[in-house]
Design a binder for this molecule. Sequence first.
Ligand code: PEP
Ligand code: MN
Length: 274
Amino acid sequence: MAKDKEASKRYPLAAYNGGERTVVDVGGVAVGDGSFTVIAGPCAAEAGESLYKTAAAVRDVGASIFRAGTYKQRTSPYSFSGLGKDGLELLMKIKEMYGIPVVTELTSESRLKYYSGVDLIQIGARNMQNFDLLRAVGRQKKPVLLKRGFGCTVDELLLAAEYILSGGNDAVILCERGIRTFVGSSGATLDIAAVPYLKRITHLPVIVDPSHAAGSADLVAPLALAAAAAGADGIIIECHYNPSKAILDARQTITPDELREIVSKCAQIRKIIS
Ligand code: PEP
Ligand code: MN
């Protein structure tokens, strides 16, 4: 890992040099401006009333950006892999009805043309080192949420960000989502130290995904609070109006009431550390 003084050599565009930090505008919501951004929604966009109910619920409890996967990266080729274009259309309706910006994952450059209404393009953990895809989102102007690969170092995450920045897109948000270790108590191990480390080394906003790190709903709140305490610029959480009905990642999906409590406690923690 590069020493601080070497950071600007290794990450010429991402390194923090003591000046202004990057604030990313996600459809009118500022990320990295000193506020704590809450992004929430189901793992995957679902047909029917479900997505609308969840969008209304998460917005009402304090989320300012809505998440829902439309093209899902699945370990098994036989698993549900998202609603695809229909999911993107649903997200456009959510935007229109609830006035909330949306984030969804892009898995292939060939689909970028369908993402014109998406406010924040997510590059998932499994694609963090898909360099062609990184270059593709670097050539366009929409903000990018870059998730850390679960087998990748922080150095590799910063170099992945360089791919996007060097293409001319300076709107990048980094996301720590847990890495694979020998610890078996949760889905992954949240590398909480990565948050203050990244805040020191880069000017880019840093958020945390406690859901995929937790792998189970009861662990989401403590990890979310830890993220706020570590100085993260926000969190991205899997939430559903009725988690037992979530088609994907139900076991780590929390209720809107649980999200409300997280939002309120994170605000208190932010006051203590500011
Ligand atoms: C997700 O956000 O739904 C997701 C699949 O995340 P990750 O790429 O971090 O596993
Ligand atoms: Mn998920």
